[in-house]
Design a protein around this ligand. Structure first.
Ligand SMILES: NC(=O)c1ccc[n+]([C@@H]2O[C@H](COP(=O)([O-])OP(=O)(O)OC[C@H]3O[C@@H](n4cnc5c(N)ncnc54)[C@H](O)[C@@H]3O)[C@@H](O)[C@H]2O)c1
Length: 478
C-alpha cells in the first residue's frame, strides 16, 4: 500500500490523534490552527456533521457511505421534490432500489432539506452538483459557482468544503476560493486557518452490483496540507481506501484523465468496429480474443455513441482549459469526432439492413430497444437513443421504443421526444420492420426478441446470448 493511501479506519481501532488546542499535521508535522485541530478531532471521533449538496446520482450513494461510516448527515438540494421523496421514502433513482429510500427516510441521523441555512451546522460540506457543457461545448460551472455562493452564506470557522463534481484543474482554487474569500463571512475568516477547501472526485459506477461508493477508492487533494489532512480524516472513515495526492489540481486532473482514457479507448473500438464490419469480421469476437492477453490490454466495447453525465462531457473540460495554456488536445477532439459519428453510423446500418429486405427506411416501423445510456439504469442523460430516434424520424421512419426502466421518454437538456414506451409483446415485435437495440438491459427477454422480430440491428452484442437455433430474425451488428 502506498504511504499516501489510508485504509478505512475501523470504528473500534480509531484513536483520536488530536486533542490539544493546536496539533501537528499527521503527515507533515506542521502545526495546525486550533480551529483545524478541533475539526480534526470531530472527524476522527465521527461526531462531525456532514452536509451533502446535490442529492442526485452521486450525492445519494455518497450519503450511504457517510452514514455507514457513522457520521450524521444533512442532505441539501434546491429541488424540493427530491426532499419530499426522501422524507416519504419514495425512490427517484431506480437502480438504488426502494429499500435504499425507505431506510434513509427512517434514518434519524439523516436530515434532507431544501433550506441552505441548515448547512451552517455542517462541519464538512461536500458539493455533488452537475457540471454540464454549455452550447459551445464550454464548461458550464454555474452549478458549482452557485452552490459555492450558497456555501459562502453559511460559512463559519471550522468548516471543510469539498468539491466532488468533475471539473477542470484549478476550479477549486481559482474559482471557488475567491468566491468564499470575497463573501461577507469569508472576509472575516482565513482559508487554511479558519476554513478549509479540498477536491475529491466522485467515481460512481451507476447500476454496477457491489461497487458501492464505500469500496471505490477516493482521491483526496486539498488546497494546502491542512485541508488535505482534514479531508483525508473524513474520507478514510467513509470509504475503504482514500488516496492522498499533493494538491486539488492533481485530483481534478486525475479524474479527467480517467474519463478521457475511456472516451479515447471507446473511440478506438468504435473505429475498429466500422473497419471490421466492412471486412465481415465480428469486432466483439476480436475484442474477446484480444482480451485473453494477460498484460498490456484491457477491453472496451463499441456502441451506438457515448452517453451519461461523464464520458461525453468531461474530456471537453480539459480541452477548454488547455487552450488557456496554448495547448490543443487532439486525442480528445478526435475521440469526440469518432464517438459522435456513431448515431449516424447506426442509422446507415439500419437503412442498409432494411434495403436488403427490400424496404426503405422512410415508411418503415422501427422499435428502439433500450433508451438509457447504460444498461440496467434509468438514466437518459446524453443517451444516444434521443439522437438516433430523431435521425430515424428525419429519414421518414415511424419510431416506437421499449425500455423496461423508462415507461415514458423523459425530457432531456437538448431533446424533447414525446413518446411512451411500448410493451414488449409478440404483437409489438411482429408489427415492426426492424428492432434496433440501443441499450442491452438484462430485464429484456432477448430470446423472444430473436424469435419474433423480422430484423434486428444490434449495437451492443446483446443477441449473442440467444442460441443461433432460436434466432428467427435476421441479425445485423452495428
Ligand atoms: N452520475 C455519475 O455516474 C457520475 C459519476 C462520477 C462523477 N459524476 C459527477 O458528479 C457530479 C454530479 O453528478 P450527478 O450525476 O450526481 O448529477 P445529478 O443531476 O444526478 O444530481 C445533481 C443534483 O444537484 C442538485 N443541484 C443543482 N444545483 C444545486 C445547488 N445550487 N444547490 C443544491 N443542489 C443543487 C440538482 O437538483 C440535482 O439533484 C457531476 O459533476 C458529474 O460529472 C457523476
Amino acid at each position: 500500500m502506498s504511504p499516501a493511501t489510508a485504509t478505512r479506519a475501523r470504528k473500534k481501532s480509531t484513536s483520536p490523534r488530536t486533542g490539544a488546542s493546536s496539533a501537528a499535521s499527521p503527515r507533515t508535522g506542521a502545526r495546525m490552527s486550533p480551529t483545524a485541530t478541533a475539526l480534526m478531532k470531530k472527524l476522527v471521533n465521527r461526531t462531525a456533521t456532514i452536509g451533502v449538496v446535490g442529492l442526485g446520482y452521486v450525492g445519494l450513494p455518497l450519503i450511504r457511505a457517510i452514514r455507514d461510516g457513522g457520521f450524521p448527515v444533512i442532505g441539501y438540494d434546491i429541488d424540493q421534490r427530491k426532499i419530499d421523496d426522501l422524507e416519504a421514502g419514495r425512490a427517484y433513482i431506480q437502480h438504488l432500489g426502494p429499500r435504499f429510500f425507505k431506510d434513509l427516510s427512517k434514518d434519524r441521523k439523516f436530515r434532507p432539506t431544501a433550506d441552505p441555512r441548515l448547512l451552517e451546522e455542517a462541519d464538512a460540506i461536500l458539493l455533488c452538483v452537475p457540471t454540464p457543457l454549455g452550447k459551445h461545448r464550454e464548461p458550464d460551472l454555474s452549478y458549482v459557482l452557485n452552490s459555492t455562493r450558497m456555501v459562502a452564506e453559511v460559512l463559519r470557522p471550522g468548516q471543510l468544503v469539498v468539491l466532488e463534481s468533475t471539473t477542470y484543474p484549478g476550479t477549486t482554487r481559482d474559482e471557488m476560493l475567491p468566491i468564499l474569500e470575497a463573501s461577507p463571512r469569508g472576509r472575516r475568516l482565513k482559508h487554511g486557518t479558519d476554513y478549509f477547501l479540498a477536491f475529491s472526485p466522485e467515481r460512481e459506477d451507476p447500476g454496477s452490483i457491489g461497487r458501492t461508493a464505500a469500496v471505490i477508492p477516493k482521491l483526496v487533494g486539498g488546497l494546502d496540507d491542512t485541508c488535505t489532512d482534514l479531508a483525508m480524516a473524513l474520507y478514510s472513515r467513509v470509504v475503504k481506501t482514500a488516496h492522498r495526492v499533493s494538491s486539488a489540481e492533481v485530483a481534478e486532473s486525475a479524474k479527467l484523465l480517467e474519463n478521457i482514457f475511456r472516451a479515447v479507448n471507446i473511440a478506438l473500438v468504435n473505429e475498429m468496429k466500422t473497419v471490421m464490419a466492412e471486412m465481415n469480421i465480428d469486432v466483439w469476437e476480436v475484442i474477446d480474443a484480444a482480451s485473453t492477453k494477460p498484460f498490456g490490454f484491457m477491453p472496451f466495447y463499441p456502441g451506438p455513441g457515448l452517453g451519461g453525465h461523464c464520458i461525453p462531457l468531461d474530456p471537453f473540460y480539459l480541452s477548454w482549459k488547455a487552450r488557456e495554456v496554448g495547448r490543443t488536445t487532439r486525442f480528445i477532439e478526435l475521440a469526440g469526432e469518432v464517438n459522435s459519428a456513431m448515431p449516424h453510423y447506426v442509422i446507415d446500418r439500419v437503412q442498409h439492413a432494411l434495403n436488403d429486405d427490400g424496404k426503405s427506411l422512410s415508411g418503415s416501423k422501427v422499435l428502439v430497444l433500450g433508451i438509457a445510456y447504460k444498461k440496467n439504469i434509468d438514466d437518459i442523460r446524453e443517451s444516444p437513443a434521443a439522437e438516433i430516434i430523431e435521425l430515424l424520424r428525419d429519414r421518414g421512419a415511424s419510431v416506437n421504443y421499449h425500455d423496461p426502466h423508462m415507461p415514458v421518454f423523459p425530457s432531456m437538456r437538448k431533446h424533447r421526444i414525446d413518446l411512451k414506451g411500448k410493451p414488449l409483446t409478440p404483437a409489438v415485435l411482429k408489427a415492426h420492420d426492424c428492432v434496433l437495440i440501443v441499450t442491452d438491459h438484462d430485464a429484456v427477454d432477448y430470446g423472444k426478441v430473436g424469435a419474433l422480430s423480422k430484423l434486428i440491428v444490434d449495437t451492443r452484442n446483446a443477441m449473442a446470448r440467444v442460441p443461433a437455433k432460436k434466432m428467427r430474425a435476421r441479425l445485423v451488428k452495428a
